[in-house]
Design a protein around this ligand. Structure first.
Ligand SMILES: [Zn+2]
Length: 227
């Protein structure tokens, strides 16, 4: 952006009277910081007689998308819960389901409302009649029905807002050899029960409405809501 000669060689940079003359002044604050780095760099090595060669920081002149990808994620720490999900022995469909939970992308009623898909008559949990909004936290952890299931399985959850940490800490406390498999399969079953209650009851109402179409039911049932 500020450089006067974009194709300048390393040798020319090193032999320049002043690095400042190589740039259009004034330069931005960020560029000034980079210029100081360049000044340090220009005095940190000996020039050879070879021609300039562009070498990537992984030590090769060949571009590699895989190496660039690795470099970009080198310092990134994956939360343990994600690693535990991928390492678990459940089938890929359940792993994908768990991944959606961890990312808060599962299509709960709360999620549909957040996406402005107002296809449900309300956003309340169908596993209990406590009038609670169906969120991931409620459906799988706070719901009265879910809690009864966890009690039966001998799983207790620590209080932690971060879901990944909650899973990790609860797993450490439980000390069960197949904690992740128990958690994932039970959560998957809870989701299937929930889906049956949400979708099959709608189909049941639709079937009943079709059966009684022309009678008094068709004027009573809110059919449009289910289409
Ligand atoms: Zn509930």
């Amino acid at each position: 952006m500020f450089v006067k000669h974009p194709d300048i060689s390393v040798k020319e940079v090193c032999e320049a009277e002043s690095l400042d003359n190589l740039f259009h002044i004034p330069i931005s604050q960020a560029a000034a910081v980079e210029l100081e780095d360049l000044r340090t760099l220009a005095h940190s090595f000996e020039l050879s007689e070879d021609t300039d060669m562009r070498i990537f920081c992984w030590g090769s002149s060949m571009y590699s998308a895989a190496k660039l990808y690795k470099l970009a994620f080198l310092t990134m720490q994956t939360p343990a819960a994600f690693r535990l999900v991928w390492k678990s022995k459940v089938n890929p469909r359940v792993k994908f389901f768990a991944w959606l939970i961890l990312l808060d992308r599962l299509n709960t009623k709360n999620m549909l409302a957040r996406r402005n898909f107002n296809v449900q008559p309300n956003s309340l949990c169908v596993l209990c009649d406590d009038g609670m909004e169906e969120t991931i936290d409620h459906l799988f952890f706070q719901c009265r029905f879910a809690k009864q299931c966890w009690d039966k399985l001998g799983v207790s959850w620590v209080t932690e807002d971060d879901l990944s940490k909650r899973i990790e800490r609860s797993r450490q406390m439980a000390g069960l050899p197949f904690f992740m498999e128990i958690f994932l399969i039970a959560a998957w079953e809870l989701w299937k029960i929930r889906n049956r209650l949400v979708f099959d009851s709608i189909r049941y109402v639709q079937q009943m409405a079709t059966k009684f179409q022309g009678g008094s039911w068709s004027s009573v049932l809110p059919l449009k809501r289910f289409r």
